[in-house]
Design a protein around this ligand. Sequence first.
Ligand SMILES: [Zn+2]
Ligand SMILES: [Zn+2]
Length: 353
Amino acid sequence: MLTWLETLFGRTINEFIGPVLPSSHLFVLYLGSALVISMATYFWFSRAEASVRPEGVKKGMFGYIFDPSIWLHKSARQDYVFFVTNSLIYYGIVAHFLISSHMVFEAIGRGLNAYWGVRAVPLFEPSVASTLVFTFVSVLAIDFTIFITHYIQHKVAALWHFHAVHHSAEVLTVMTVSRQHPVDLFITGTVMVVLTQTVFASFSYLTLAEPSQFAVMNVNTILFAFFVVGYNLRHSHIWLSYPPWLSYIFISPAQHQTHHSVDDKHFDKNFGFIFAIWDWMFGTLYVPRGYEKLEYGLSREEPNPFASVREIYLKPFRLFWGEIKSIAKPRLSTRTAKPDRSQDVTERISKQG
Ligand SMILES: [Zn+2]
Ligand SMILES: [Zn+2]
């Protein structure tokens, strides 16, 4: 009985015990480092000119970092409730339908053997260099997967309705990253399994060995470093930008914050996770040149279409269905006609109740 429950809700439990799990973005070390960086950011801004200083800085360090108007905002409170419900609904139920990593790995391996022939000798022997390469390649695979699915979730109107849930957050806190519709998570999870296991199986095929990577507390070293250097600030009001040249290589927290901005100039920009190179290649990179006061959400003018957690779950399905029905009718793409995501979502919502 206990084993059955553990199997069913193992991932849900992992969500709730994030602070003690190095694989969770809520691991206490990552939260601690985000706090230290927030404090450093406060000191930096408190010495800056008033014209380039976030308003919240005048509330003092504690008031700036733990601003109750952000942490207790209706949108943030919705995030806290949604985190609990989605840990049960997505990780307790939906995620069990994800394709098995092991199955994909085996299938790709068999395909490579059938097409290219079974290798007798490895292309290169496992070594420190090959481990180093795999550590980097596996992060690139994860990073590209997140970029390309994120890009598609914005560009395909039917899928945007599910992703809009993440963008409907009006304030950003460390919990906003969990504000993702189960369908959105399932799409990313599926592409993640297929792409990463293809890379892993290819590596295994070439080396005739299980690929290994450098890790800290069982987390890929590069990912670990990424979480430590302020990952949690990307969903926060703490502005941390990099020098422009570095913003072409890595996505800074500020760059992800601009991704959430309602401003037209930030629309469909900065889809990346760790590396900015994909956005650079796809022409979607936005590099801030200094502090920018941002407003978050789907629209400046329209109210948030997701008034309750129940609507967060159900409304995207209604909009998705409306999108499917309208595919048969020739029309101008809403996105092409109006490059404003708020109009895309709210107009459709108002049409469909
Ligand atoms: Zn997005
Ligand atoms: Zn986000």
